[in-house]
Design a protein around this ligand. Structure first.
Ligand SMILES: *[C@@H]1O[C@H](CO)[C@@H](O)[C@H](O)[C@H]1NC(C)=O
Ligand SMILES: *[C@@H]1O[C@H](CO)[C@@H](O)[C@H](O)[C@H]1NC(C)=O
Ligand SMILES: [Cu+2]
Length: 650
């Protein structure tokens, strides 16, 4: 008991000082009405301190001129962007000189002002505040050519918006695949009350040290060659495909290790250390900032209590691990009740036959500075491991891991009764996230590859062109256009997100801007329960189109059982549906989500795998456009010359 009180006192003391990781930077206090931050996006090189190169050794970094590491002073790790310790410096687009950028920590309801400067020399930039609703400020959402014009090199854009809702969010570049260059950081909205426990932020991403963002996309399409042979991508445990993005390392808070594939030896790069005090509880806010791979996260000897996802509290569940996909966040609690020692924190990709693991260290105060020697929990028939948020239903049976999908999770409380459901305003739409096509198979939604407009469509509404229409678009077609779904004020919108037909094969973490949605049902593919491998699509959905399900593009899907139409889908979770802003749409399966149209704006809706997003798996929710508030005066404009709307009239 005494311990607990001490833990609380320490947690709140740590919070009230302006420095320290868990407080972010700037000086935002609970009582402030507004909080102001400055972010500069700038190219940097990894593995350098100022102009001096460094090398990794035994968890530390040393200057190149060091001959005897046993006698030399290591370079402070926080003065270097070490990434996976690969010595050839890699170009990053850092935020305030860091990867990840500094955490922004504010309090619920505050007005946040962030001055973003693009200090890149030849690239544009924008920053998106992932998970924040931007109610009343849709032009602050940071999506280039949708809610604003991108910032040219040298330009400054001041974002101002309300910190709403509370929870674990993040900021990241939203142009091209710039996020893969390290342009991201945590954005935490705290409740205005004393902390219940100390908190740690854990930003995790997959890392490739050869490529810049556009090259990554090119290689995904045209292939990666090694020794004149095109390498094939790896597979997920259920047999789903991972797009080609060469995994060199996983990073936790920007730190990881490069493992030599042949020898299995790592390069001794420094890892992130999370310090805990024996007897205290800790909340970890985990943010998946990566490009492509999901991670299964566990802490040796410490069961996890999962308490929130994407900013919303869940009915807590105990688990050995959870899976996090690009764009998602999970908050978990651990009790530091083990021996004073060091323990591995593991984040494993879900690939078959690869041991791709990002590592960090949980260090009890008083423990040695040595690396952990702990083992992951051994999952057995009598004591299986529970894994939360699997993108499939079954692990191979010999792994003794039991999946609890997000469809099995409940919200902490009954949903807000003010989120009224009006039967007359019920609308249902089917959206298929996939790569259909015959010769041309871009990322698409309902066979529509997103064409990025050349103007900021929300703020220059009369200047856009390229709507999706027949005859280019249709049941068995792939077209390229600026895809938008119109919904209007007060609508209760049920979206059935599918991943089926000819274009399935990959699982997609789908992210909606401007809203959180209720996850009311998840439907999974058919699997072999023994091997966990996918056999075929879920049959609740009729893909229509094509001569059979395998050939159908699934662009105009519907419920197989027509009695499910008009809000009659059985077994929906309507009482305690958890809220999310990013959800995995498993290959061969579907997710039913609901939103209330209460936030006029133009909201990007896309796969959060950076390379799929870049490939066109994007659309916009055009919500109550007549009620979209006017942007501030002098809001920047951009267009082609001559502008599209003029050339189309000529
Ligand atoms: C996988 O790698 C991690 C560290 O990266 C290591 O601790 C673990 O033993 C490895 N597992 C296997 C099965 O090789
Ligand atoms: C959004 O909807 C409004 C109203 O129907 C329409 O005028 C506008 O062109 C739409 N914008 C986009 C980008 O679809
Ligand atoms: Cu995707």
């Amino acid at each position: 008991m005494l311990w607990c009180i001490l833990c609380l006192v320490v947690a709140n003391l740590v919070r009230s000082t302006a420095s320290g990781v868990i407080n972010g930077f700037g000086n935002c206090q609970m009582t402030d009405e507004t909080c102001e931050f400055y972010l500069e996006i700038e190219h940097k090189l990894t593995m350098m301190r100022n102009k001096d190169l460094v090398f990794p050794h035994d968890g530390k970094l040393y200057l190149y001129n060091v001959v005897d590491v046993s006698k030399a002073e290591p370079v402070p790790v926080d003065e270097v962007i070490s990434a996976d310790g690969w010595e050839e410096p890699r170009l990053v687009a850092a935020v305030n000189g860091k990867v990840p950028g500094p955490p922004i920590i504010v309090y619920e309801g505050q007005t946040v002002t962030v001055h973003v400067t693009n200090k890149l020399k030849s690239q544009t930039a924008t920053i998106h505040w992932h998970g924040l609703h931007q109610k009343g400020t849709p032009w602050m959402d940071g999506v280039p050519f949708v809610t604003q014009c991108p910032l040219h090199p040298g330009q400054v854009f001041t974002y101002t918006f309300k910190a709403d809702p509370k929870g674990t969010f993040w900021y990241h570049s939203h142009i091209g695949a710039q996020r893969s260059m390290g342009t991201f950081g945590a954005f935490i909205v705290r409740e205005k009350k004393v902390l219940e426990m100390e908190e740690h932020i854990m930003v995790i991403n997959d890392w490739n040290h050869d490529w810049d963002s556009d090259l990554a996309h090119m290689k995904m399409i045209y292939g990666i060659y090694e020794g004149r042979t095109k390498i094939s991508g790896s597979r997920s445990l259920d047999g789903a495909i991972f797009s080609l993005f060469k995994f060199h390392a996983g990073l936790i808070n920007g730190k990881g290790r490069y493992y030599d594939e042949k020898t299995g030896q790592h390069n001794g790069a420094p890892l992130e250390v999370f310090e805990v005090e024996r007897g205290c509880e800790y909340r970890f806010r985990v943010i998946a900032a990566g490009v492509l791979y999901p991670f299964r996260i566990s802490v040796d000897n410490h069961p996890l209590k999962i308490i929130a996802s994407d900013g919303y509290d869940l009915d807590p569940v105990e688990a050995e691990s959870f899976v996090i996909n690009p764009g998602e966040r999970f908050d978990f609690v651990i009790i530091a009740n083990q021996m004073v020692s060091n323990y591995w924190i593991r984040a494993q990709s879900l690939e078959i036959d690869k041991n791709h693991t990002a590592e960090a260290i949980l260090r009890y105060k008083g423990a040695s500075g040595r690396e952990p020697v702990t083992q992951a929990k051994s999952c057995t028939a009598s004591d299986p491991c529970i894994v939360i948020n699997c993108p499939f239903l079954h692990y191979p049976s010999h792994e003794f891991s039991v999946c609890m999908t997000f469809g099995d999770i409940k919200a902490a409380t009954m949903d807000d009764p003010t989120a009224a459901f009006i039967p007359e305003k019920f609308k249902e739409y089917f959206l298929n996230f996939a790569f259909p096509g015959t010769t041309y198979t871009p990322g698409s939604i309902n066979g529509r590859e997103f064409k990025i407009p050349s103007v900021s469509v929300m703020t220059q509404p009369y200047e856009w062109n390229y709507p999706c229409k027949a005859p280019e678009c249709g049941e068995q077609k792939v077209c390229t256009c600026t895809h938008a779904l119109e919904i209007s004020n007060g609508d209760t919108v049920q979206l059935v997100l599918t991943n089926m037909g000819k274009g399935r094969g990959w699982s997609h973490p789908v992210h909606l801007h401007g809203h959180s949605f209720q996850v009311v049902k998840m439907g999974y593919a058919r699997y072999n329960q023994e091997t966990g491998k996918l056999i075929g699509d879920n049959l609740d959905i009729d893909c229509r189109g094509g001569t059979n399900r395998e050939e159908s593009f699934c662009n105009e899907a519907a419920w197989t059982d027509v009695s499910w139409n008009d809000n009659n889908v059985p077994n929906l979770e309507l009482q305690r549906a958890p809220r999310k802003d990013t959800i995995i749409v498993p290959t061969g399966g579907y997710v039913v989500i609901r939103i209330q149209a209460d936030n006029p704006g133009l909201w990007y809706f896309h796969c959060h795998i950076e390379l799929h997003n870049l490939d066109g798996m994007v659309m916009m929710i055009n919500e109550s456009f007549a009620e979209v508030p006017k942007p501030p005066v002098n809001f920047p404009q951009c267009h082609n010359f001559p502008p599209d709307y003029i050339s189309s009239e000529m």
